[in-house]
Design a protein around this ligand. Structure first.
Ligand code: BDR
Ligand code: CA
Length: 354
């Protein structure tokens, strides 16, 4: 049985790898793709998404543009993905080939998601690979649709180190209010954060083989993998003796957002814990996902802010304290991954593309 899936993207080098994966994987029924400003402008995200689908010879799938900026912050494109959002891959002859008649859907992303949820016969899984602005708008505008969402599996956040700031991951940092709205919406959520995102890499020999493959879709995957994304997991001190890419940076071979789709079809390769998670909205740690990994009740539960001492009694970790704000959402957090298994899954899936 296939899983009905909606992708929300900011294509994006690794979003492109994820789209190729979603098109190719037999267990995924891709119902639509919604776009949001993040790695690059909304205009670039929509154009990149359509072109990736073209190169993959994907069947017709609706692609709609959504939010041009976060709920509160201005749009802040990532420096990681180059001026076109695709690490300049758009200059690649395969990618620059004449486009098909594929066009963006005229509906706003929020309307496209609404229509898909209303017509789907079973609840739909949303895989969010970008700032969650479109999803927050949807859940605010149409809270009655929440039960039609099976769950939201998002690439974002971290239980440890950040990338946009020392503690905040880019997608959550870009629109922290949106991420907080999604976490608190009551829809089940699954966090594929930097703890696992940074680990999954493809060997350079495999990426090189893709670069020289006869199929344009494989060559595109090969060029995207050459682009240095994320931290080099083998160089914790920032140095690396890995080979250099054409950009002069060490080759990392990150599959990035495509790992979130691996999590969807093969969760068994992950160590997952259900944990309370809050998004920090203020100060230096703005955009941090605070994952409560404590094994026992803390002082904060015994002496909750705003309650008179001893009035509420101890609350279990993750429960709201009586008379105060509701407790943080419980999120399935991926904390570790069998890297080799996902690298293989990625390569085997890409090999299915025409
Ligand atoms: C996330 O931010 C973007 O740069 C990537 O596409 C990924 O979704 C990683 O922090
Ligand atoms: Ca992304």
């Amino acid at each position: 049985m296939t899983l009905p899936v909606l992708l929300d993207v900011d294509t994006g080098v690794d979003d492109a790898l994820a789209i190729l994966f979603a098109v190719a994987h037999p267990d995924i029924e891709l119902l639509g793709i919604t776009c949001v400003a993040g790695n690059t402008s909304l205009e670039n995200v929509v154009a990149n998404t359509l072109r990736v689908l073209d190169v993959a010879d994907a069947p017709s799938v609706p692609v709609a543009g959504g939010a041009v900026r976060p709920l509160i912050e201005p749009a802040r494109a990532s420096h990681v993905h180059g001026s076109d959002g695709l690490g300049e891959v758009s200059r690649d002859p395969d990618f620059a080939r004449p486009q098909s008649g594929r066009r963006a859907d005229p509906r706003h992303a929020v309307d496209l998601i609404r229509d898909i949820l209303l017509t789907a016969t079973t609840p739909v899984t949303i895989v969010a690979l970008a700032p969650q602005t479109n999803l927050a708008l949807l859940l605010r505008q149409h809270p009655e649709l929440a039960p039609r969402i099976e769950r939201i599996l998002f690439m974002g956040g971290s239980a440890g180190v950040g990338n946009a700031t020392p503690v905040a991951e880019f997608n959550v940092w870009h629109d922290p209010e949106a991420a907080a709205i999604v976490l608190d919406s009551g829809v089940p959520t699954f966090m594929y954060g930097l703890d696992v995102f940074n680990q999954v890499t493809v060997d350079q020999a495999d990426a090189d083989a893709l670069l020289h493959a006869p199929r344009a879709s494989a060559r595109l995957a090969g060029s995207l993998l050459q682009f240095p994304m994320g931290d080099d997991p083998d160089a914790p001190d920032g140095s690396s003796d890995r080979p250099l890419t054409t950009n002069g940076a060490p080759y990392t071979g990150h599959i990035g957002d495509a790992g979130a789709l691996c999590a969807l079809v093969d969760p068994g390769a992950l160590r997952i814990e259900r944990r309370p998670v809050r998004v920090e909205l203020a100060g230096f740690a703005r955009g941090q996902t605070i994952v409560d990994r404590r094994q026992r009740v803390g002082e904060d539960a015994i002496h909750p802010a705003g309650a008179s001492a001893g009035a509420a009694g101890p609350a279990a970790v993750g429960e709201g304290s009586a008379g105060t704000l509701p407790g943080p959402a419980l999120v399935d957090v991926a904390l570790d991954v069998d890297r080799a298994r996902y690298a293989r899954l990625f390569l085997d899936t890409i090999a299915r593309l025409p």
